[in-house]
Ligand binder design. Sequence first.
Ligand code: ADP
Ligand code: F6P
Length: 323
Amino acid sequence: MKEIKTIGVLTSGGDAPGMNAAVRAVVRTGISKGFRMMGIQRGYNGLLNGEVYEMNLRSVSEIIHRGGTVLYTARCLEFKTEEGQKKGVERCRELGIDALVVIGGDGSFRGAKALASYGVPCIGIPGTIDNDIACSEYTIGYDTAMNTAVEMIDKLRDTTQSHDRCSVVEVMGRNAGYIALNVGIATGAIATLIPERPYDLERDILDRMRFTQKTGKKHFIIIVAEGVGHAQDIANEIQAVSGIDARATILGHVQRGGSPTLRDRVTASSMGYHAIYLLERGIVNRVVAVSADQIVDYDINVALAMHKTIDTTLLDVSSTISI
Ligand code: ADP
Ligand code: F6P
């Protein structure tokens, strides 16, 4: 393997609060270890288009507390093709980039795996609010997104309660119910629907509402992960069958923004540091992860072949307490 002197860093896929803290950590650790650091804008698009600039210690000032990503992010269809990936390898050669740190989700890591297979050493850092990266117990942005959702739903509860209504709240998570599961507990939702567990309208929602009504409860919060279905459809069904005034609220992309929490800042900083620690030692093609609260790393092929199962114990906790 060629000696690594210059390292590129990019953010890819959906942004997540804490990505900036990770970029900062990668750049500052890299510089402290004597590497030349290059920022690549707009994910793999920027690599293909040459949107690349040298970063110094001050390039990452004033960003630890900011959501979004100063490197911008994008999705790049071309990079899913062999031609696009080979072009990426060529660009790395032209730009003098010897290794790449990719901050993103599973899809972004598949791009990194392709680059690695063509000889560009890569390190992946999990950045996605969904917490759906199999090899890691935690992904950057997850904590902030959940706290944002809880803050919004606390506000929603006020009006839901005043009107004796049912609020069906859609939170993000196309394929994963991690956000929904935790937010459901934290907001006292009477029902939480996640893609990993099929639901039954009568059993999981309406029966619970009827039972609770008998005990004097008149307002209801229901959390639906995006991957389950449309909140509006579920609200319509509830209103049609129960007669209770039901409203749908889609929290949407607000969950992806905002100042990262302490947990996201610290995790991102530790992961960014670890990525450079690996490259400094010539350990390449790894994904940085959290396991048992420790920062660890896995071979990128192994990481991408792993599966993660959601612990649905929290659903039982929720259905017992939130009644
Ligand atoms: P995430 O990284 O959050 O999972 P995406 O799935 O949208 O987000 O992937 C981000 C980008 O990673 C894609 O736009 C594409 O450029 C690249 N990518 C995704 N899947 C692959 C793949 N199978 N091979 C190569 N590149 C991929
Ligand atoms: O992967 C993060 C995520 O926010 C998902 O929860 C959501 O389904 C998706 O990205 C939305 O992506 P887009 O930015 O394309 O709307």
